[in-house]
Every structure is written in C-alpha cells, then in structure tokens.
Design a protein around this ligand. Structure first.
Ligand code: ASP
Ligand code: MG
Length: 450
C-alpha cells in the first residue's frame, strides 16, 4: 500500500492536475492520495483572508475571481463544471464574515487557508469517480489527523491521530482510493487547523506511519535530495539513499519547500519515504529510510545556509550558575526565535547562538531587554554569515573527518568563526563570513568527492 502525495510543485498548471488524475486512475483503489493546493493557491487564500479583514472589497473580489478561474480551467478540461460551487460558496461566506467583522483570527485564517487543498481534492475525486474509481475525498480531520489548537502551525497529536487514521481511513481500504486534503487537520473539538507551510508532506507521513504503508511517495518537481546546493556546483548529484536523520539535516539546509517535521512520523514507524520527480517517472528519486539500509560513504552531503547571525552573550555572572542557558532558551522560545546552533565556552563565561538573519535584531533586543544586567553584562552581534555543514551518518566513529573538513577550508584561507558538532555525530557545522560560504561548501564538496 502506498501513500502518494502530490505537491503544489507538481500541480502548477491546470493540465498538471489532469496528469495527476490520470496517474491516480492507473494506481487504482487500495492506495491513499494526499493532495496539496495548486501552486500559489495557499498564498492567494491567505491574501484574501487579509484583504477581507482590511475591508478591501475590490482587491478581494479580484482574487476570488482568480481563484475561481484557476479551478474553472481544470474543470472545463474535465467537463466537470460546478464541481466546487458548494465549496466556493462556503468560502465566500467565511470571507464575508471576516469582512464585516473586520477581524481575522488565526482560527478563521486556517479555515480559509484550508480551501486550496479542499478545492483541488474535490475536483480530483469527482473526476476519478466519473471514471469509475471508488475515490473519496476527505479533509485532514476526517481522515483522522487531530492536532492541538496552535492555528497556523498546529502540531499533530500523534497517538490520537494514529488511532483515528486507522479507524477512519484505514477502514476504507482496500476498496477505496481516499484522497486526503494535505496540510489540514482538526482540533479535538472539530475546528479546522493547518499544519504549517509545506504541511502536506507531514500529512502524508502521518498517514503512512499510522497505516504502515509500504512507502510514502512525495511527488514533486525535483529529482530528489542533492549532495550540495546548485548554488555551490552546477550539476550536483542526487542522493539515492539517505537515513531519516540525514534527510532531516538536509531539509534544514533548504531542500526546497519541506516541512521541518515531516519525517518524524515515518522515522518512528520506520516507513520508507521516497522523494520523486513526477515529470521523470522512470527516475527512482531519493529513498529515505533506516540507517542500516543506507549506510555508505562518510560525508554524503554538504549544506549551506546563508544569511545567519551569531549573537554572543558574555558575563562572569553565568559561571557556575545552573539554569542560565535554560532561561535564555525559554526567553527565545517564547518569542518564536529558532536557534540554529549553540556553543558555550568551557569557562562558561559566554554563549554564542546562531539564528536566522531575519531574527537577528529581535534576538538581541529580546535578550537585552530581559537578561542584560541580571545575567549577562554584554551582548554582541555579527550579521551576514553563513553556516556550512558536512552531513553523513558514516562520520560517526570515523576518526579524522573533522580534520579533513577544516583542513580543506583552511587551505582556501577561510576563517572559521564557530564550530558545532551534534552529539549524534551526523554533522559537523561551522560558521564563516557570508562572502566565504559558497567557497567553504565547495571545499568540502571537493575534499569528499560528493
Ligand atoms: N498548500 C500548503 C502550502 O502551500 C501546503 C503544502 O503545499 O504542502 O504551504
Ligand atoms: Mg509544498
């Protein structure tokens, strides 16, 4: 049994949706499909929700027309006119409500955002049924995805979802082809939530894990995960096999449009995930699975993340004072700041954090306001830096890898500002000046012949 997810990157144009339907018709009942919104539609919906709350009637109308047009084109080609009239009228009423109240709560924003998947999913199902396939459309909640109520970036409740998915979705197999609206879930009291941008991948792995699928196939428009960003070398190699942990590291380095948590459910249940290019179907793509199955090489890939900042806090007051780091991370967490790397000096008199460039000033302001004085005496900020990371599970227990990494970088005269190696020893990451990032990544690429 396969769980097949079709991303917005596959469905860019109306005719792409037809190709997906043809493909699903060929797969038939007994598998599960997860669909994302047509490319650009989620953004369009979020704009519409905002425009409604601002009372911008004209602009809102234009966007609504555009939304209708995109889907009308698909339906016209399929001879399915009117298939989503009911959905569109529900959406229109929701927007009208927002418009008159002049208020956009996260809850109503999620309700609106969920229509991208809902519209295309309904079209796909109606056409498949017309072709004699017993397809059934389900919103994420109906399929069993239960979440907390962090609207906009809801977290699935894993245990509950597993049970519900089996009971609701699993019970329909193998005589049905369920088509699930990706990205969407439901709180325990039945409100629609969304799982965060790119969330359809997570929908697919949640379902795949709960039903112990043979494989979760993420259909996209790229050949798979790459050994290095095309920014660093022209034709990077596609990685054929990586472990869950390696893939998680890689996705942090911008394997494009992926949800940060999408591999977790698959990893827990050891369900293999394959990232494939829908337009090159003869191509096997990248297989993500258990480490024992994908062991090869030492360093498999190099990641480059540009525009990061180092924030360093100093103060002898931290020495021997347990809980200092805890306070620091709590404060940052409360402000939604994501820390990418950490390093503390042995003397305990300083802690350096790496954050995304866009979070730099917020991080230093927050720390200054809350912790300067009682805990730190000094905060310094360095912007325009890059993180480079050598990634590969084969590094674990292989001596000399770090030496090779830093020798290769040093030979190019590049200064390293900060280093960190995760305790899982699956990556060695370091920070360099922004202008040296690409060159440092290339040094590793060449040293390990990636
Ligand atoms: N449609 C949603 C988004 O654009 C979810 C997804 O594509 O996975 O983020
Ligand atoms: Mg996506």
């Amino acid at each position: 049994m396969l769980v097949m997810k079709f991303g917005g990157s596959v469905m860019r144009l109306p005719e792409d949706v037809l190709k997906v339907i043809d493909y699903l018709e060929g797969q038939g009942q007994g598998n599960v499909a997860v669909v994302s919104a047509v490319k650009g539609v989620t953004d369009l919906l979020l704009d519409m929700a905002y425009l409604a709350s601002e009372g911008k009637e004209e602009e809102l109308k234009n966007k609504f027309l555009k939304l209708r047009e995109i889907h009308d084109e698909v339906m016209a080609a399929l001879d399915l006119r009117g298939a989503i009239d009911e959905d569109l009228s529900i959406l229109e009423r929701a927007l009208t409500g927002i418009f008159y109240l002049g208020e956009l709560s996260p809850k109503s924003r999620d309700f609106v955002a969920s229509f991208g998947e809902r519209l295309v999913g309904n079209i796909v199902v109606k056409e498949l049924r017309r072709r004699g396939i017993n397809a059934r459309f389900m919103m994420g909640g109906e399929a069993g995805i239960v979440t907390d109520d962090r609207f906009g970036d809801a977290n699935p409740l894993y245990r509950a979802s597993e049970v519900y998915i089996r009971n609701r979705l699993g019970a329909l197999l193998p005589d049905t082809l369920p088509v699930v609206a990706g990205f969407t879930g439901e709180t325990q009291d039945g409100r629609v939530t969304t799982l965060g941008r790119g969330g359809s991948d997570l929908t697919a792995t949640l379902i795949g894990a709960a039903l112990r699928a043979d494989e979760v196939v993420l259909w996209t428009d790229v050949d798979g995960l790459l050994s290095v960003s095309p920014k660093v070398v022209k034709n990077p190699r596609v990685l054929r096999k990586v472990s869950y942990r390696e893939a998680i590291e890689l996705s942090f380095f911008g394997a494009k449009g992926m949800h940060p948590k999408f591999l977790e459910p698959a990893m827990r249940k050891e369900v293999p995930v394959r990232i494939r290019n829908f337009w090159k179907r003869e191509d096997p793509g990248t297989l993500v699975s258990k480490e024992e199955e994908v062991k090869e090489g030492i360093v498999k890939a190099v990641g480059l993340r540009e525009d990061v900042s180092i924030i360093t806090v100093r103060g002898v007051g931290m020495i021997g004072r347990p809980g200092t780091a805890g306070r620091l991370f709590t404060v940052l967490g409360d402000h939604g700041i994501n820390v990418l790397m950490i390093s503390q000096s042995v003397s305990e008199s300083s802690i350096s954090l790496v954050v995304d460039g866009k979070d730099s000033s917020m991080t230093s302001n927050v720390l200054e306001d809350l912790l300067l004085g009682p805990i730190f005496s000094e905060i310094s900020v360095e912007d325009n830096l890059s993180v480079v990371s050598a990634i590969g599970a084969g590094m674990r227990g292989t001596p000399g890898v770090a030496a090779r990494v830093f020798k290769a970088v040093a030979e190019r005269g590049i200064n390293v500002k900060m280093i960190s190696q995760g305790s899982s020893e699956i990556n060695i990451s370091f920070v360099v000046d922004g202008k040296d990032g690409v060159e440092a990544a290339r040094a590793i690429y060449e040293e390990f012949k990636l």
